[in-house]
Design a protein around this ligand. Sequence first.
Ligand SMILES: [Fe+2]
Length: 466
Amino acid sequence: MTAPSNYLQHEHQPIATELPETAARIDGELPRGLGGLYVRNSPNPQFDPPGRYHWFDGDGMVHGLRFDDGRASYLNRWVRTAGFEYERSHGAARWRGILEPMSKESLALPGGPLKDTANTDLVFHQKRLYALWWLSGTPYELSTKDLSTLGPQTFSGQLKGGFSAHPKVDPRTGELCFFDHSIVRTPYLRYGVVSAQGELLHVEPIELPAPHILHDMAITEHYSLLLDFPLGWDGSRLKQDGKRRIGFERGTPSRIGVIPRHGRAADVRWFEAESCYMYHSINAYEEGDTIVLTGCRVRDPIPEKQETSGRVARLDTIELVPTLHEWRFDVKTGATRERQLDDLATEFPRINDGLQGTRARYSYNPRIAPRAELMFDGLVKYDLSTGTRLATWNAPAGWYVGEASFAPDASRAGEDAGWLITFGTNVAERTSAAFVVDAASLQTLATVHLPQRIPLGFHSYWCPAS
Ligand SMILES: [Fe+2]
């Protein structure tokens, strides 16, 4: 009998209740101009997981907070994926998680040995909200009215492969750039673009030398950046005994593929950089002949000497000490320059999405708490050009928070004219709230008390009412 994962307890303890939209009590004052739906995806297993649980395994549950003229109301729903419905009809979990070996039975499950949980990310494109999975699943469309699952989006049957978490919406053209990756079938990577009208324009297979776990991408005005960091499942082990052993290829360079927005595989230019892993990029932009990429980079995700203090966040064997980093790729010479911009551990970074792909000065990064599980105890506002911490917001004592989406304030000008919204949980008080923070000053404007405790989660999105 294995001990239950810490990612099923305390701040991460799942819930079983789906609440219809319910008015929330507010401390402070919500800005009148804040109108729309803040949504956050979270792993929240419907049934007790058989075997060892990894935080990335749980069924997707989306929490929403609607803001309207100074009021707020909360609702939450599981994403009704095919796997969720299959297990519901059987009354128990049928899939095992990524820490368990693949079995013969798991290979016979509909959709394969890992369940597409749609638990990772959310994107709002063409006024349609999608829940997405980190291992490239099917985008599941959710209703912004009640978060019910409307069904899989296959773009009129054109989407033949998967669609990963972390596609990027270009705010200028309205296009949605995405990637699809696999660690078991070739091509290991595909890159695609959905038009501003919602049509799948093209999907391009991209050769990779080895199957790696690609988590995020980035865009600039003319290019997309494909991020191939040398971390993956040991393929021979997977074939041999079905076990997914994660490995970091310390000596293998990181590879960043730069592809024109509508380019073909032959157009990709690969830049090498120091070996590392990165879950999340912050932004990218063009500066003359240089492409600049920023993100939260982990220098050595699986160090030979493992940290045992309990004050470093871990995801199974991966140590999460991500720091602000900048890469500069010279498209004329093919050279890469890179530098660490700060030494504070932060993750789940966000910018004003209206600047995605162009130069943005600010990012808003949750600060990693000194705990063994990944959780955040504040927000840091960075100047991305220097790595300077411009301001810090501390979560109240006993509270841990997550990713903060940026909601722009149309009545003011400036990159940081808007509000940051994040969900937080206080496990001692068994309660949760949303914090609404001014993005310019990082002062708390309002605390919105949710009608139930919710676990910490993954990614969030701001869906404006207008
Ligand atoms: Fe992510």
